[in-house]
Design a protein around this ligand. Structure first.
Ligand SMILES: [Zn+2]
Length: 190
């Protein structure tokens, strides 16, 4: 830990100029944080993580090994990105006709969202608060708050509590007791 910094970057990783990193954040081996990126407090980035130019990341996020957060991706607070999950930022890429950053689609993961190992989030979509995407799923549309998504393409198969427990039809968590009601954006706590 560098004495002047309150965050940790492993010596094998690169942090470009003009990057903001919050206190308590840890960046592990072979990672690259690119110029313009903003990272909040108490985040953790595993091995081989790329945070591209101008990406915004909130507080308390965990990004597991082998994840690239491309320009256009935004994580709010407490987002979990499982190992080797994939983001994109161009729906119709061509090597010969690059669009540049103005052509990138935004992808927003709202507070508490989880993406399982090896899942793909196709760009231009939003994952609702505390939603959960199963391992290997491919998200091709917006995901509601607290929705549990699985499959290719991902479909909603249930609801998940903020604590991570899968909810039954009464929408009351067996583990933590939180109770929910459905509205147009997904579930909201009672
Ligand atoms: Zn719960």
């Amino acid at each position: 830990m560098n004495s002047t910094k309150k965050y940790f970057v492993h010596e094998s990783s690169y942090v470009d100029d003009n990057v903001k990193i919050g206190d308590g954040t840890k960046i592990w081996q072979f990672s690259h944080i690119q110029s313009g990126a903003t990272i909040g407090e108490n985040c953790s980035f595993g091995q081989n993580v790329n945070v591209s130019n101008n990406v915004k990341i909130g507080n308390g996020c965990k990004v597991q090994n082998n994840v690239s957060l491309y320009e256009g991706v935004e994580l709010e607070d407490y987002v979990f990105c499982g190992p080797s999950m994939v983001f994109t930022n161009d729906l119709t890429p061509r090597a010969k006709y690059p669009k540049g950053s103005a052509g990138y689609k935004k992808t927003i993961l709202h507070t508490g969202a989880t993406v399982g190992a090896n899942a793909t989030v196709v760009c231009g979509h939003e994952l609702g608060k505390w939603s959960m995407v199963a391992a290997g799923a491919v998200v091709t549309k917006n995901v509601k708050d607290h929705a549990l998504m699985a499959g290719v393409p991902a479909r909603q198969i249930g609801w998940v509590c903020e604590c991570g427990e899968i909810l039954g039809t009464n929408l009351i968590c067996q583990k933590c007791g939180r109770a929910y009601v459905e509205d147009e954006s997904g579930l909201v706590e009672k």
